[in-house]
Write a protein that binds this ligand. Structure first.
Ligand SMILES: *Cc1c(COP(=O)(O)O)cnc(C)c1O
Length: 340
């Protein structure tokens, strides 16, 4: 099987497994796990933030951010197809007691004027705006890189109105590698950032949230409340250190592979590429082949290729460390054959 469902399917490398084996550990709830402490230190340094926190998943990282920034009854501004709104089981409402105010973006980027207009004024009837969430790269927009200037403009408005900004940067390193903009620059236009170690960076488990030292102290308490306080978790965090030290620059290979896949599949009659391929995500429309996404995926699976549905006629392919350039070319050949 060539598995292009997600970059989350990457398996830990030999070096990561060795790092897990060798990891110095301690009780992280007491702050005594040297591997976690080092991972949090390095992550904060990379993002240019005061402090960081290792959490079990990206979803928990985002939810801790919302819980820490907001009070129940507030409103969160976020993009209409953002991961936090679409793919987190309405957790911001179920857990933090806030309601979403969605704005439709362009390739994942909300218009700063729309954001400014969505911020609530003082009125006894209204909820207060408690937080603005951004996403970069934007998953539903096909791994689109949200431009730095867009984030800066939104952050400026947010600062003027005294509203914090959180970045769901699950694939922030993909954005940085694709655009040549340092992750620090993206992080500088947000108060807090979440990124995944377990996606393109290849680590087996975990995400990081970063922000001010005060914020992270409060976030640490929320992580404990949610049952995310882990003990000798250096075992799973040590591969994350390997990821941050060795797996960032190679994301460019995944991006190149996604472009090769886009060119190959785009030339096949019946398939249409829906997105501008900025990073490692490719959205393919199957309508002209007379197949909906589920039918298309079933046929694809029969010939040894996996992807996921992303709409009635849209299929998402994600390139990653465990899919080689050769395999990407093989997939193009397989699909040519399939749709002949
Ligand atoms: C994957 C992803 C998450 C959540 O990460 P999990 O570790 O799967 O919970 C959050 N935001 C975006 C944009 C993602 O792609």
């Amino acid at each position: 099987m060539i598995d292009l469902r997600s970059d989350t399917v990457t398996k830990p490398t030999k070096e990561m497994r060795q790092a897990a084996f060798d990891a110095p550990v301690g009780d992280d709830v007491y702050g005594e796990d040297p591997s976690i402490n080092e991972l949090e230190r390095l992550a904060a340094e990379k993002l240019g933030k005061e402090a960081a926190l290792y959490v079990p998943s990206g979803t928990q990282g985002n939810q801790i951010a919302v819980l820490t920034h907001c009070q129940p009854g507030q409103e969160v501004i976020l993009e209409a197809t953002s991961h936090i709104f679409v793919y987190e089981g309405a957790a911001i409402s179920a857990l933090a007691g806030v309601q979403p105010m969605t704005i439709k973006g362009e390739r994942g980027a909300m218009n700063p004027r729309d954001v400014a207009a969505a911020i609530r004024g003082e009125n006894i009837h209204f909820p207060e705006t408690g937080l603005i969430c951004l996403e970069n790269t934007h998953n539903k927009a096909g791994g689109a890189v949200v431009p730095l200037e867009n984030m800066q403009a939104i952050y400026e408005t947010a600062k003027e109105r005294g509203i914090p900004v959180h970045l769901d940067g699950a694939r922030l390193f993909n954005a940085a590698v694709a655009s040549g903009v340092d992750v620090k620059e993206y992080a500088a236009c947000t108060d807090t950032v979440q990124f995944c170690l377990s996606k393109g960076l290849g680590a087996p488990v975990g995400s990081i949230i970063a922000g001010s030292a005060t914020f992270i102290t409060r976030a640490r308490k929320w992580r404990k409340r949610l049952g995310g306080g882990m003990r000798q978790a250096g075992i799973i965090a040590a591969p994350g250190l390997v990821a941050l030290r060795t797996m960032i620059d190679r994301l460019a290979d995944d991006h190149a592979n996604a472009r090769i896949l886009a060119e190959g599949l785009g030339a096949i009659a019946g398939l249409r590429i829906e997105n501008q391929v900025d990073t490692n995500i490719l959205l393919v429309n199957t309508e002209d082949a007379g197949l909906n996404s589920e039918e298309f995926l079933a046929r694809l699976k029969d010939v040894g290729v996996l992807a996921v549905p992303f709409g009635p006629n849209t299929v998402r392919f994600v390139t990653h460390y465990d899919v080689s350039r050769e395999q990407v070319r093989e997939v193009v050949g397989i699909m040519e054959e399939l749709l002949r």
